[in-house]
Design a protein around this ligand. Structure first.
Ligand SMILES: *Cc1c(COP(=O)(O)O)cnc(C)c1O
Length: 235
């Protein structure tokens, strides 16, 4: 099907254009093709069109697809992390995007030790304080970041957020800016590097890039509309 390949080309062009607009290196943004709910054949088609990095949000669904697809594909877990799934997630995924509490991070570090792994993670921040969403409140993250940074085994790449749903991408801009500012202030205050920002989806990834995103999570703009729910985080 040409549509998927065309969609990928269009998204890559828009990523490139957004980088150029704000004077960023066009290689500084990673495109995660969010393939949750999509069958393995469509993922294979995206791979044939040059996409190697995919985002999934349910462990069981992802495990079946990972098994069925070439080993060259790379997988990031972007869904809400259930404790009882961490043991299976760690060996299967290169990066976990939504570690949303100190206790989950601590548990992940413990399991990583047991499994002999060094997982890369993002800390999810609930920038708008939405009751239904996971993530650290910004002030809780500040209070706990020193402890988080001392956890063995886990490499904290940076921060991740899912801003409130909005009809217009510009409405999301201040939330993206807030995540970047929080990252900048933590880097400064704690003398650490948190280089990555996972933010931006189909409706707003260009704005997210203008505000500093290094990982954009794009599903429907590549694969088309989903007909079923993807996970406990976003449909
Ligand atoms: C589903 C999902 C996406 C992709 O959403 P689209 O609007 O289809 O691009 C991105 N991030 C997370 C966490 C998701 O659950």
């Amino acid at each position: 099907m040409a549509a998927l390949a065309d969609n990928l080309i269009a998204v890559r062009e828009r990523i490139h254009a957004a980088c150029v607009r704000v004077g960023r290196d066009t290689h500084s943004v990673e495109l995660l093709a969010v393939s949750k709910t999509m069958p393995a054949e469509l993922i294979r088609e995206a791979y044939a069109a040059g996409q190697t990095l995919f985002g999934e949000s349910r462990q069981q669904e992802a495990a079946a697809k990972i098994d069925a697809l070439p080993a060259a594909l790379r997988w990031h877990f972007i869904g809400r992390v259930q404790r009882n799934k961490v043991r299976k997630l760690l060996p299967a995924f290169e990066v976990i995007h939504a570690i949303d509490s100190l206790s989950l991070a601590t548990y992940t570090a413990e399991l990583a030790g047991e499994l002999g792994l060094f997982p890369k993670i993002f800390l999810q921040v609930n920038v708008a304080g939405e009751a239904a969403k996971g993530g650290f409140a910004p002030d809780v993250l500040r209070a706990e970041i020193a402890t988080l940074l001392e956890l063995p085994r886990i490499e904290i790449l940076g921060l991740m957020t899912i801003p409130p749903a909005a009809a217009n991408a510009e409405i999301a801009r201040p939330w993206f800016a807030r995540l970047r500012e929080l990252r900048d202030s933590i880097e400064c205050e704690f003398a650490v590097r948190l280089p990555a920002l996972s933010m931006g989806m189909s409706g707003d990834y260009e704005v997210a890039i203008e505000e500093g995103a290094t990982h954009v999570r794009v599903g429907s703009a590549i694969f088309g509309k989903r007909t079923s729910q993807g996970d406990g985080q976003l449909g």
